[in-house]
Design a binder for this molecule. Sequence first.
Ligand code: FAD
Ligand code: NAI
Length: 477
Amino acid sequence: MSQFDVVVIGAGPGGYIAAIRAAQLGFKTACIDAGVNKAGDAPALGGTCLNVGCIPSKALLQSSEHFHAAQHDFAEHGITVGDVKFNAAKMIERKDAIVTKLTGGIKFLFQKNKVTSLFGTASFVGKNGDFWQLEVDDKGEKTTVEGKHIIVATGSTPRPLPLVDIDNVNVLDNEGALNLTEVPAKLGVIGAGVIGLEMGSVWNRVGSEVTILEASPVFLAAADQQIAKEAFKYFTREQGLHIELGVKLNKIISAKDKVTVEFSTAKGEAKTVEFDKLIVAIGRVPNTHGLNAEAVGLQKDDRGFIVVDGECRTNLPNVWAIGDVVRGPMLAHKASDEGVAVAERIAGQKPHLDFNTIPWVIYTDPEIAWVGKTEEQLKAEGVDYKKGTSGFGANGRAMGLGKAKGTVKVLADAKTDRILGVHMIGPMVSELITEGVVGMEFSASSEDIARIVHAHPTLSEVVHEAALAVDKRALHG
Ligand code: FAD
Ligand code: NAI
């Protein structure tokens, strides 16, 4: 039997980072993970994010963006490329190579940091003195591992839709959506959330006719609505995504080579649409499957999330939980930062994670990013605020890139000028949002950003202009 100071369950961005940090801090650390590669024949570290989430989706977004650019954008640069062809299987092959490289990289990082990497499904057994006992099941071969501290980082799985089973042939979750080797002529997507928009964009760019059916009458309800409305306009009017809001699904029939969806529109009109493939992306649920949490009384809430306090402590002593399996946004960077913080807390340090400064990014084109409060939230909370906006339309760098579209909005407290939220739609705003995050972490005022020199010509000048506009002194507005 092996004993460790820290045992992490799950090697997604929460778990593998927690394990590395714990090992760096001098703890004898093990990380147990049950993830397998696409072929299902070898362990694959990295969890949802590296295998079937963040990384593969961004690889496909890039490939599809290139194809779209070659067809539609190159000509204005004077570049003629003739008959541009697309090979979906090749795109998937490239994506798979990136995934293999990165998941292999974690194996290397574990070796470098002396983290013991164990393969199998971990479940709680009980306690042996100060140590928690776990059973690790590797295809029926069982071993026992003991840890003084346990960090549960078992992530999440797609929320099932009661109307239809996912077979990843006709009806797809994120795994299937990332592995189509042929472009479906008609693609349906249930849910206009982050996955729906990113995957819808990929397949739309390479030639699918994409229809997204969304239950909420509000598009991207979590985003600032000025930005969401601008995004809706680009996606529907310019890019041709059909997005139907406020729908109620009635029936889904998955036949041999088509999927029929019957739904009612927001106006109560009954509609039937046939698709070649249907992606279901209606959110994700916490994954505690196989953990045997009940055996030790590990508390979960009524939605299945492991209950933790603000510092990721569960109801059991020295058992911690992080990432998608606990409250808060289901984002890789949130999971990782919780992992670092827990390892440091175990070491007696006092790290702090500010949930209000966790950035969100949606990797559509244009990209959408935000940090802090939306205007809607500030209004609901009765906060007196001022705002400044600036567009990418007149930004020289954005024009050169052929991406002169979008808006940056800075929201600041009316009295103190402290930045309360930054919202963006535009080129590379996934990178630009960090200025807002740093500003908010350091309690910056909009004037602080306005007085910082921003390089010219850069996209960041739009952030600068938006900050200047808060005080009605934009120079190019
Ligand atoms: P996971 O990454 O889910 O990892 C959990 C690991 O635990 C898995 O390897 C699993 O096999 C293992 N496990 C589970 N139970 C056990 C057990 N009992 N024993 C042993 N091992 C177990 N987030 C972003 O921030 N940016 C993005 O661009 C982004 N894109 C995404 C795109 C898609 C299509 C999807 C689906 C998600 C995306 N996310 C993105 C979300 C991100 O993937 C998750 O927030 C992140 O992976 C959560 O990390 P985690 O460590 O909590 O869990
Ligand atoms: P989501 O929560 O972003 O969106 C789900 C959408 O489905 C919502 O708009 C919801 O109203 C809708 N919906 C729910 N039930 C429905 C029904 N019965 N019919 C029609 N619509 C319905 O969840 P999604 O897109 O599945 O992604 C899961 C999570 O993964 C995200 O919330 C995010 O945390 C993470 N993610 C992050 C990414 C990023 O950071 N760029 C990319 C992709 C995923």
